[in-house]
Write a protein of this length. Structure first.
Lengths: 266, 363
């Protein structure tokens, strides 16, 4: 746990339980995000992926358990709170404003205002926002074409690029991506997977939630399998196969308690 | 392979957008160009037909003064519609504010006996109080609209349809259905028609009166606020994708309340203009002003689906009916034609708006 700086978790959730009324959505979930990795979180529909992410990002409160972030126990009471701590989420439905341009979307809710009294009146510092967007995207080798075109004029992949770029721009600790490759064409999927690697290589760990096993195995450094609200497996994509992951997700291969112990408490 | 898509498309786009803040594809400009063209055609046509009776500065000043109230309402409508909302109540708020302003001005300008004899010993107090009451009651109705829409999660159409009826009803109750009598004439003589500044140019005498000055200032501030400030940015964001705006921490409900409050405030100012211009508060006019304001904004390129629109567009959209009205009267055309023409322009403008959206999203 408290090993080298490289493997020390940035975010560690342990023993998380979450109930929706009588329904137990998460059962004793342990999940951690370590520096310099892409950790995939996979599971069937209803396995608890979204619930876990919502708990981690302050969208939902949890009932019991502990979340340690940057070495300190935390309880985020809103997504804004989590964002202030440097955790950014790319949502499945993108959450961009289609009539605004890329710079406006990337700075939405965090606009810079010009210095002085005009800034107090709300005047936007558009040059600075544009410049910083260009700089940051260049640093991360993220390509967003037409920074000042309305999002409606961009393709689906380009919009996804902006949504990811926004998360990357503001995330100082963790980026969470919820199904970022869903509904994209082959070329755009490649771009998004590249982007995830670039983010990781820039030192920010990525949590990658997906149904798509080939994408997961292509990019992830570690795979955590959720089933029925429990973590049932942790796989190393270098040695495990897609079949291993699918059987973990569906429970089709009976896992003995012993093997389960072995995979979880490695 | 992965980046080829981006690499292929980047250079031409970058070349098209050097330093421009909101670049648009060709279709995006069509709607506002179209309206400007309509306005130009109207001015040329009326000039050819009526000559200097139409094309003279005095007449243009008349058009501007006539349009001043509708301009204020159209500015409010622009903000509201960009948030994907609608405000049907502005005409009634205008009437309510005018009646309140008149009532308060009469009440505080002298005793009931004095004002009946047209004596207004305390009008220095009564008139400012009346103006303030009118403006504030407009603001109040706007806040009521915004709070009901956001707190009760009701459609803006329904809420403002309700307050349309309520504001008009209260105005009629307050005025007993007639023009408020015994309004100090100083409101019109000393304020409404006061010459703040004048320019003599080419033998004509331009007079800047308070309604004209206030409207100009409001339009300029609104245009800057919408295009250059965070308030404007949030207005577009809320109309474009309210859920996304919420997720990034924008207080969407508070912003909507502010936008409807602005719409109400401007209707309140327009209501006070009734007193300034005509010296009385009438409950029988302005009842179609809500739709006139909405069509002005829409003709000017504001999208009823939210996220798109400019103040400049709405100003053009306001002057088209104003010029039509003035021009048809001067040309002795049956004035009913203006309604036909405005209706046709509205339909074409919205058609172009839809084409524009489709063209943009095709890509």
């Amino acid at each position: 746990m408290d090993g080298s700086q490289m493997t020390a978790p940035v975010l560690r959730a342990s023993g998380i339980n979450k109930y929706f009324g009588p329904v137990r959505a998460l059962t004793d979930v342990d999940f951690e995000v370590r520096r310099g990795e892409i950790v995939a979180l996979i599971g069937d529909n209803g396995a608890g992926k979204s619930t876990l992410i919502n708990v981690l990002t302050g969208v939902l409160p949890f009932d019991t358990g502990e979340i340690v972030f940057d070495g300190r126990p935390v309880r985020f009471d809103s997504p804004q709170d989590a964002r202030r701590h440097g955790i950014e989420t790319v949502y499945q439905d993108l959450a961009i404003a289609p009539h605004l341009d890329a710079v406006a979307n990337i700075f939405l809710g965090r606009e810079y205002r010009v210095p002085g009294p005009l800034g107090a009146l709300g005047f936007l510092d558009r040059k600075r926002m544009r410049r910083e967007t260009e700089e940051q995207l260049a640093r991360l080798k993220v390509r967003v074409p037409g920074l000042q075109r309305r999002m409606t004029t961009l393709s689906g992949g380009q919009r996804q690029g902006v949504a990811v770029a926004r998360a990357v721009m503001w995330a100082s600790k963790v980026v969470i991506m919820d199904e970022p490759t869903a509904a994209l064409g082959v070329a755009q999927i490649g771009q998004v997977l590249d982007l995830m690697r670039q983010v990781r290589d820039a030192g920010i760990p990525v949590v990658f939630i997906s149904h798509n096993m080939p994408h997961v195995f292509e990019v992830a450094d570690r795979i955590v399998v959720l089933r029925l609200g429990q973590v049932v497996q942790e796989l190393d994509p270098k040695t495990a196969t897609i079949d291993d992951a699918v059987s973990g997700m569906t429970g089709s291969v009976g896992m003995t308690a012993a093997r389960r112990e072995a995979t979880i408490d490695r | 392979m992965t980046a080829s898509d981006a690499q292929r498309t980047v250079p031409p786009q970058a070349a098209h957008t050097p330093g421009e803040v909101t670049s648009r594809n060709p279709f995006a400009r069509v709607s506002s160009l179209f309206t400007l063209l309509i306005l130009a055609v109207l001015i040329v046509a009326f000039t050819l037909y009526s000559g200097t009776k139409f094309l003279n500065p005095n007449n243009f000043q008349n058009i501007a003064v006539d349009a001043s109230q509708l301009l204020l309402l159209a500015v409010g409508a622009t903000f509201v519609i960009i948030t994907a909302g609608i405000d049907l109540s502005v005409g009634s708020i205008l009437i309510f504010s005018a009646v309140v302003a008149a009532k308060v001005a009469v009440r505080f300008s002298g005793s009931p006996e004095q004002v009946k004899l047209y004596e207004f010993p305390t009008q220095e107090v009564g008139i400012p109080l009346g103006i303030a009451a009118g403006v504030l009651s407009g603001l109040g109705w706007g806040i009521v609209n915004g709070v009901l829409i956001t707190r009760l999660k009701m459609p803006a159409f329904i809420v403002t349809l309700g307050t349309l009826g309520m504001a008009l009803g209260f105005a009629q109750l307050l005025s007993r259905g007639v023009n408020v009598p015994n309004v100090p004439p100083a409101i019109q003589q000393e304020i409404g028609l006061r010459e703040l500044a004048s320019v003599d140019l080419g033998g004509y005498h331009y007079r800047i009166t308070p309604p004209l000055a206030v409207t100009t200032i409001v339009v300029v501030i609104a245009a800057i606020a919408l295009a250059r400030t965070r308030f404007g940015r949030y207005t577009y964001a809320v109309g474009s994708n309210a859920a996304a705006a919420r997720r990034v921490g924008i207080n969407v409900d508070l912003h909507l309340i502010k936008v409807y409050a602005l719409s109400g405030l401007l209707a309140g100012i327009a209501g006070v203009f009734d007193l300034l211009r005509f010296g009385t508060a009438s409950v029988s006019t302005h009842q179609a002003d809500n739709l006139a304001a909405i069509s002005a904004a829409v003709i000017g390129g504001t999208s009823l689906f939210g996220g798109l629109g400019t103040i400049v567009g709405s100003v053009i959209g306001t002057f088209i009916p104003a010029v039509l009205r003035n021009g048809t009267v001067i040309a002795r055309v049956q004035p009913f034609w203006q309604q036909v023409l405005i209706g046709g322009i509205l339909i074409v403008a919205v058609y172009l708006d839809q084409r524009r959206r489709q063209a943009e999203e095709r890509m």
